[in-house]
Design a protein around this ligand. Structure first.
Ligand SMILES: Cc1cc2nc3c(=O)[nH]c(=O)nc-3n(C[C@H](O)[C@H](O)[C@H](O)COP(=O)(O)OP(=O)(O)OC[C@H]3O[C@@H](n4cnc5c(N)ncnc54)[C@H](O)[C@@H]3O)c2cc1C
Length: 366
């Protein structure tokens, strides 16, 4: 059996950022990843947006880690030469009842320290984004896009340079206790594969199931997992926008928005579809709902230009109709198991927040 200081379960943005932070503090870290490559879960099935941090209550982990993580992320991307662009983003009110929501975003954003938020009236919008219809817009200059795959590979490279490693095709099925240490069991094995004093459960959509497999962890302290799929449509042909365009957020998601990739391709999404498990199937049944949602701010949409793109799944711990949950980082103070950290509900803005999340988790276990 291998012995390391720390096992991180899951090689998405959260797991790799935690593993990197721990390895940079001198820990010998092994990342166990079920899939055959890093970042095949939510970390590659998202909008690829660097969020400014204006949606979340100022005292929440989401707000704090998003603002801090965004600043760290821009510095990291620049230092490592990873492609990114501060595109800026407009959140648009399409009708008068949406203006108070924008006012709320301005207030929460300012309370969280989000820089540069400003109002745009329709004439100014017409000059900057002529395809967009709105009666008022809130502009966030710090929002951007980046090469998420390049970012994940850079985190992995930092981890490996600091002596850590990633084991692919290594699905963790349970964690048992051995004195002050934990033993990590992989699928199909009849003995534990690795022993460690610290285990970070960053298994994303599998985090709740994995927490339930930890010997001695009170099941009452583990939340219920909910899954909300989000689909994206790509827009064929030239981009009618140069910045990101968001409607006001809906329940359980940020609304069907415009995101751009670094090559200028436009995608619309994601919607919110509650499902029972991890299933990325994309049926075209939501096309009409997409067209209606998009036309509220982009009336010139030609539906024939929409092509199904991809789907991602949000790892939620609040179900339909319940208030959105904050990121939940359960350390030993919560469950009493020394060295164990469970990361739950690392949904948006988890990509943006990942470097800050990594530092927080490393503080918690070292
Ligand atoms: C539709 C959508 C849009 C989003 N848009 C944005 C955005 O624009 N900006 C932003 O900041 N955030 C966004 N997010 C959130 C962001 O994608 C996530 O917060 C982030 O990717 C979570 O990373 P993770 O490492 O926790 O999860 P994941 O990337 O899912 O990684 C978890 C990993 O754990 C592995 N795993 C699971 N179970 C086990 C096991 N038992 N053993 C071993 N390995 C296991 C999986 O294979 C996976 O690789 C979006 C999310 C979704 C779903």
């Amino acid at each position: 059996m291998a012995v390391v200081d720390c096992v991180v379960v899951g090689a998405g943005a959260a797991g790799l950022a935690c593993a990197r932070a721990l390895a940079l503090r001198g820990q010998h870290v092994l990342v166990a990843e079920a899939a055959g490559a890093v970042g095949t879960g939510a970390s590659s099935r998202n909008s690829g947006v660097i969020h400014a941090g204006l949606y979340y209550p100022a005292a929440s982990l989401k707000a704090r880690l998003c603002v801090e993580g965004r600043r760290l992320l821009y510095e990291y991307l620049a230092a490592r030469g990873i492609a990114h662009r501060r595109t800026g983003k407009f959140i648009v009110a399409a009708s008068p009842d949406e203006i108070p929501v924008l006012e709320q975003y301005l207030a929460t954003g300012q309370a969280s320290g989000v820089e540069g938020l400003q109002w745009f009236m329709p004439p100014a919008m017409a000059r900057l984004e002529p395809a967009v219809h709105c009666i008022l817009a809130l502009y966030s200059p710090e929002t951007g896009i980046f090469d998420t795959h390049g970012y994940l590979l850079a985190l992995q490279a930092d981890l490996e340079a600091a002596g850590g490693s990633v084991a692919l095709h290594s699905a963790v099925v349970r964690v048992t206790r051995a004195g002050n240490e934990m033993e990590v069991w992989l699928a199909g094995a009849d003995a534990p594969a690795v022993r460690a004093r610290r285990v970070v459960n960053a298994a994303g959509l599998g985090a709740v199931a994995l927490a339930r497999s930890v010997e001695g962890l009170d099941p009452a302290l583990v939340p219920t997992a909910y899954f909300a799929r989000g689909r994206y449509y790509a827009l064929g042909g030239p981009a009618p926008f140069t910045r990101l365009i968001y409607p006001v957020a809906g329940p359980a998601g940020l609304g069907i928005h415009v995101t751009l990739d670094l090559a200028g391709q436009v995608r619309f999404g994601p919607d919110v579809e509650w499902i029972d498990g991890v299933d990325y199937a994309f049926d075209d049944g939501a096309r009409d709902a997409f067209v209606a949602a998009i036309r509220r701010y982009y009336p010139g949409l030609d539906p024939a230009r929409l092509r199904p793109a991809h789907a991602g799944i949000r790892a939620k711990i609040a179900g339909p109709g319940e208030p959105a949950a904050d990121f939940r980082i359960d350390g030993p103070g919560h469950h009493g198991i020394p060295g164990l950290v469970n990361l739950f509900a690392i949904e948006s803005p988890g990509l943006t927040a990942s470097l800050a999340l990594g530092h927080l988790v490393a503080d918690l276990v070292t």
